[in-house]
Design a protein around this ligand. Structure first.
Ligand code: AMP
Length: 394
């Protein structure tokens, strides 16, 4: 039995889960938010009990030290010493083309993660900070990196390459993101289908949204690209745009590169269209007749349908689609609109099953549907723990 601490460090947050593997038991878990501010929040869960602490947490070191004193083992009822942790697994957003697999962290791995910061300036520096601090606190633990981009490394060259002059193509290519989520739910779907030789589309709809085309368990296309702002309409990100719009905005509205970055990453998508980033509010307002919200939902689901069509074509068939993440798992309206009028592709939803508010893995297609429609709750932390366990047990 191994205890694996999974850490997901963002620029101002730190999520953690302590697993005992291979049993996949969560011993404790938590979230520290607003690191760097006076009113940082520390939410911690163990034995089903949630404790909230509001305190100034000025940096990742203080956050991780605080966390390291709270690792309660419910089986023994004792707080674990940081020295007892066997393995710390870190979520790292960008692995570039260098990392296609989970790997033990060495000096050279850290240097490469640092080099990749220009491709993920919001994420990789925070991930690296988490690694450096964890090394000094969990002194006896192996440190392992699991990359969001790794699952997409199987995408072939004619798909990942952009039609730019070749001299730019060393770094500029499709990398893809949300890889641990797509991997986790696609493996569950393959188990449900009972065969690896399957054609699947996974649809991850949360604050960030993406889709993957998966053939025989291998990712062959993906909707996010060079950065996590391509493809689908997201909470605050635009997704696919004609690049000329960016020049037009800069010229006509005097926007700087920085302004444009903020506009496309933080002020666009559903927020830009409706004034709201949370789909629950948008759905409620659409129900009350708000035209902007109704239109935004229509635009959003239309784009997802378009991707389902194109992925069905490149897969040359379709066995299942999988909905996951906050919206995919919970929004009956979005799932219904996405699956509407797709009977030509063999997709037919069972409306009653779709409307059941469950938190479990389930099949929501009509029994005559050629294509299975699954809702599979994602669990990126568990996937990270599983991959880490597979690496260290070898
Ligand atoms: P995630 O990034 O996976 O945590 O997903 C966050 C998104 O899920 C937010 O836009 C939420 O509005 C959305 N969400 C969560 N629960 C529901 C729900 N019951 N109905 C619609 N959207 C939901």
């Amino acid at each position: 039995m191994q205890q694996i601490l999974v850490l997901n460090s963002g620029s101002s947050s730190l999520k953690f889960q302590l697993f005992s593997m291979p049993e996949e038991n969560v011993l404790c878990s938590g979230l520290i938010e607003r690191i760097g501010s006076e009113d940082a929040k520390f939410k911690y869960k163990t034995n089903g009990e949630t404790i909230k602490v509001v305190t100034p947490i000025l940096n990742h070191r203080i956050a991780l030290e605080l966390l390291s004193k709270q690792l309660l083992d419910p089986e023994t009822g004792t707080i674990k010493s940081p020295e007892d942790i066997d393995v710390v697994a870190h979520r790292v957003v960008h692995g570039g083309k260098e990392f296609s697999e989970t790997i033990e962290i060495t000096k050279s791995v850290k240097e490469k993660i640092k080099d990749l910061s220009s491709l993920a300036p919001l994420h990789n520096p925070a991930n690296l900070e988490g690694i450096i601090v964890a090394e000094s606190i969990f002194k006896n633990a192996k440190q392992v990196a699991v990359f969001d981009t790794a699952f997409h490394q199987t995408i072939p060259e004619h798909v990942y390459k952009y039609a730019l002059p070749n001299k730019y193509s060393d770094k500029i290519r499709l990398y893809g993101f949300h890889g641990t989520s797509h991997k986790y739910v696609s493996e569950k779907a393959l188990c449900l289908l009972g065969k690896k030789e399957s054609k699947i589309i996974t649809i991850h709809l949360g604050n960030g949204c993406s889709m993957s085309a998966i053939k025989n368990g291998v990712c062959i296309d993906h909707s996010l690209g060079f950065s996590p702002n391509a493809g689908l309409i997201m909470g605050t990100r635009s997704g696919d745009l004609d690049p000329t719009i960016i020049f037009y905005l800069a010229e006509k509205f005097n926007l700087t590169l920085n302004d444009l970055n903020t506009l496309l990453q933080k002020e666009s998508g559903m927020l830009g269209l409706t004034g709201h980033g949370d789909l629950r509010e948008i759905e409620a307002l659409a129900n009350q007749g708000d035209k902007a919200c109704q239109l935004a939902i229509k635009m959003n689901t239309y784009r997802i349908k378009k991707y389902i069509g194109s992925y069905t074509a490149i897969l040359n068939g379709l066995d299942a689609i999988v909905f996951t993440a906050g919206i995919g798992e919970n929004s009956t309206v979005m799932r219904e609109l996405i699956c509407e009028d797709l009977d030509f592709l063999g997709i037919k939803l069972d409306i009653l099953k779709n409307n059941e508010r469950l938190k479990t893995v389930r099949e929501i297609n009509d029994e005559n549907s050629k294509v299975k429609v699954f809702v599979i709750p994602t669990n990126e932390e568990l996937e990270i723990a599983k991959e880490t366990f597979d690496l260290i047990k070898e």
